[in-house]
Design a protein around this ligand. Sequence first.
Ligand code: IMP
Length: 428
Amino acid sequence: MTTLVTVGTQWGDEGKGKVVHFLSQNADLIVRYQGGNNAGHTIIFEDKPFVLHLIPSGILFPKKKCLITNGVVIDPENLYKEAMLLKSKNLDVKGRLFISESAHVILPYHRYLDILREEGRIRIGTTRRGIGPAYADKVTRLGIRVVDYIEEEVFMDLLEKNLREKAPLLKKIIPIAKLRANILKDYRKYKNFIKPFVTNTSLVLDKALKENKNILFESAQGTLLDLDFGTYPFVTSSNPIAGGVCAGAGLGPTKINSVLGVVKAYTTRVGEGPFTAELRDKTGDYLREKGQEYGATTGRPRRCGWFDAVLLRHSIRLNGIDSLVLTKLDCLEGMEKLKICTAYKYKGKLLKDFPASRLVQQKCTPVYEELPGFTGSVKGAKKFSDLPVNAQRYVKRMEELMGAKINLISLGRKREEIIVLEKSKIWY
Ligand code: IMP
């Protein structure tokens, strides 16, 4: 039995979609444990990019089982549409998709509340998918779980309670009667669709563990978007870190064997928020101008910058990462110089650890070291020594500064464009 957690080590968009797709080949079960349809995993399927927001991409392999566990927030409309999209490509989710009865649902009013907040004074640049408001309801005990959603009588009662409580805010954008009618219009269609998939996913996991199955947990977002350890308040409302698996899937910590971090060769983020090493360098902007980088979910251009080793040390420690996949090295081709942020400076002091203070995050400056860039294509490289020498040097220096080994290097969007440097506990 192997249980492997894959996590994003930066602000999401590290290219986890492809890595998870690659690893799913050898997994029996693929599990989403937090977040919702704010995630966006781009996978190349039949030579076309294809984005899944909620259903694990493992569903593209016909025999794999996919779980959406209790820590996830589920928008029934989105789930239905994604399943229909898969069906149109002859991929049936029946018998392979398991949805936790304890996961909470996202309803249209959550999306309205997300938009209201974003258009008001406290903007953080969310995906506007209702993620934060749905988790807020979960915490304030007003949430509607999947098991409540599929029991019509319970649902109707909870819907009224929620509409009553939220009416003062919601009335600003939509009359409550109209909102109720919108929610009820397709309610039965979604409810009847979801019902056969609903189960106790913790039991499904337990059975799989007892049968020595390989289980892959895929996080959405990244460590710096973690509610507790990210760049608060510019974070998501759940815990993408590996520790999130236990509460988010109903599994004890002793059952996790290994944690794989996905790290991009540079840093990007979408949404708002201060930050240091990425935003301050003109050459970083060059990547954006090349038009390579758009968030899979938001479609917004990502803000690009240099690789930040301080962040990576923070991520490796918090997640207990024991192997790493490096992605998007190809995006750095042709840069004359490559910089790496090794520390931050604040009021003349050198900071080697990631600061929690918003003020320090905003005001500190990155300390860079510079390496020569590389020319020539890294694509098509089959082993480490096929990479240009300066690309090899860059990777080695990243490893030294992170204090961790890179096991795999991904060099393109296709599943097979990957170099295996060192086999570890992870299965290929
Ligand atoms: P929310 O998750 O929609 O509440 O958005 C909170 C923050 O997380 C915003 O800065 C979003 O841009 C960011 N975010 C959410 N999901 C992702 C993701 O999958 N990749 C990158 N950023 C994300």
